[in-house]
Design a protein around this ligand. Structure first.
Ligand code: NAD
Length: 345
């Protein structure tokens, strides 16, 4: 399993995307998000995606040099057309616009449609916290391909429909971050398990006959993901899709084209009362939880977002460990595109 320095991953990723037709800005924007996902510990949304992005560019579905545009705007809201380019670019514009609106009004929201895969959704919630806003982000597509069964169903009818909430820490510490799929796990984690040749835990997937299984191959052979926490994850998934795909007008994207949609909302604590009171409350709650004695088998109680922070600290320093299959696939596309780089010498 190679461990690759963060700078090498960045320059290699950018070089591959440029060689595949991306503008330098687009190449840098998408690579920053992919490497950022690896740093946060979510390898499922990191550089593992480079080969599939290149394949989509080859097939003509992903436009590497296109630019997302704003199609509708009010003082409080905006709608972005992702332009079928890298979904992280439309998502970044959407998150930035929601924060700009909140700066002016105390509340702001924006949606996007027509995006390719929007990556680690936590990144779009973290964007708002950089301006001091509580931020919600939700992502879904309307046309599929679907991966998840509804609670009580046995056929795929939902995406993995992730959502994130981020709360700023006034002390300058990284935000409190909730960020997960409404399926038992992100589909990308099944790709990671497949690359690593590992079984998945019980409760993640069913096979094509609707039977529980831990063989990740059963998912790719027509099985499906289960919603997290049964009816609770299923209900959240429905709301996420209605917010993201419904509000953005995602249904206007023709079937077969990139139809990932995003909804981002920012709330200024100061729009509700003294911002310092809110910050003090966040600190009190966080401290109470951090002081809890750990249960057997745990070292400590973590706050949501701390696993990402710890991973970032470690990987910035030590580099990013990648499965052999992931690294081999990246090297293969690099060679196909005549990209030379010291990391693949
Ligand atoms: P996950 O199950 O790894 O859960 C991650 C969340 O749980 C984070 O908020 C993390 O801080 C928190 N957490 C984990 N361990 C914790 C602990 N011990 N104590 C406290 N909090 C803890 O998430 P997932 O469902 O596998 O999703 C992984 C990533 O995939 C996310 O970044 C998500 O946005 C992304 N995703 C994206 C899409 C898309 O279409 N763009 C689809 C699905 C998932």
């Amino acid at each position: 399993m190679p461990t690759v320095r963060v700078d090498d991953l960045r320059t290699l990723g950018e070089a591959i995307f440029r060689a595949a037709g991306a503008t330098p800005e687009n190449a840098a924007g998408v690579t920053a998000s992919l490497v950022g996902a690896n740093l946060a510990g979510h390898d499922s949304h990191g550089v593992l995606r480079i080969p599939s992005c290149i394949e989509e560019i080859k097939q003509g579905g992903l436009k590497p040099a296109a630019t997302p545009t704003v199609t509708h705007e009010t003082p409080a809201t905006a709608v972005v057309d992702g332009g079928a380019t890298f979904g992280q670019l439309g998502a970044r514009l959407t998150a930035t616009l929601a924060a700009e609106k909140a700066k002016a009004l105390g509340l702001g929201a924006a949606t996007a449609f027509g995006c390719a895969h929007t990556g680690r959704i936590g990144e779009w919630a973290e964007t708002g916290t950089q301006e001091g806003f509580i931020t919600f982000a939700a992502a879904a597509g309307e046309h599929g391909p679907f991966q998840t069964v509804p609670f009580g169903g046995r056929e795929r009818a939902l995406g993995t429909n992730p959502f994130a909430w981020a709360i700023p820490h006034a002390s300058g510490a990284p935000p409190i971050l909730l960020d997960y799929a409404t399926s038992a796990v992100a589909r990308g984690k099944l790709l990671v398990a497949r690359d690593a040749g590992k079984a998945v835990p019980e409760g993640w997937i069913i096979d094509r006959d609707g039977q529980p299984t831990t063989d990740v191959g059963d998912f790719f052979a027509g099985g499906a993901l289960l919603p997290f926490a049964g009816h609770k994850g299923y209900a959240m998934s429905v709301i996420v899709e209605m917010l993201a795909a419904g509000l953005s007008g995602g249904q206007r994207t023709p079937p077969g084209e990139h139809d990932s949609c995003l909804f981002v909302a920012c709330f200024a604590p100061s729009a509700f009362g003294p911002a310092d009171d809110f910050a003090a409350s966040v600190e009190r709650i966080a401290n109470r939880l951090a002081e809890q004695p750990p249960a057997v088998g745990f070292e400590m109680v973590l706050l949501p977002g701390e696993p990402e922070t710890h991973s970032r600290r470690e990987r910035e320093h030590d580099g990013v460990p990648l499965a052999d299959a992931t690294w081999d696939a990246i090297m293969r596309v690099a060679r196909e595109l005549d990209v030379t780089h010291p990391a693949i010498a």
